[in-house]
Design a protein. Sequence first.
Length: 289
Amino acid sequence: MLLKAIRNSRPTPSRRHFLIGATATGAGLVVGYYLLGRPARADTAAAAAAINPFAGYVQIGADNKVTVLSAHMDMGQGCYNGIATLVAEELDADWAQMDVIGGFGNPQLYGNLTLGGKVQVTGGSSAMASSFERYRRAGATARAMLVAAAAQDWTVPIEEITVAKGVLTHASGKHATFGELAVKAAAVPVPADLSLKDPAQWTLIGNEKLPRYDSLPKATGKQDYTIDVKLPGMLTAVMIHPPLFGSTVKSFDGYGRVGRLQGREARLGRACRAVQRSGEEAGHGYGPQ
């Protein structure tokens, strides 16, 4: 059903359908956009500030790290890597400085455009179709603002500044990284219109030799997964399995005798042991599980 819905509703957005914006944060520059037909709803100035539609597609920090907030969740299909490629291509970033995190739950910012943008969902091979235009445009906007900031800072024409692998350079010898210009870039006017690269200029998109941005951390055990999250006072619950095949639960005292104990850990531990003993008693000797 999802795939059928996507095929029947694929949009053909043009640059006129997007409203680009940027904000300054304590860390640097944040760039984002939303569809012109779906502005943030707010009755007061305070509410408008709280629903800032430019709260994040691309973040450039003072540490020179470029973080992409993905509208789609990566469950092994590689969309984080693909979306990072879209941004890095237009931004002319160094591939090594790219990182991706999942966007928070907000359909207005991260709605699936193949479904009209009203629902935030990942599926049906729609992630790249939904992201292709907006993330390239966000990357191009960030690049233009960084160049404008450098031109102001160096008092040189914009046309004389080149960008490659995350570094802005001028023939005079002046140069700066994205991180060094991020805060200043957030203060320059957001370009009303800009052109995206012609496919003939792409060096990252479609590059079969480009390694995945997350290959090294995954290979070295540095990648964080949900199972790695540790919070103060957090308990981990797992499914209880009997030690023998064919066992059934004889009884489970989830609240009575066990519930009178003090502390969550005591209640959980006693309940688990009660179920395990019952399972052992009912086992049929099929061997350990």
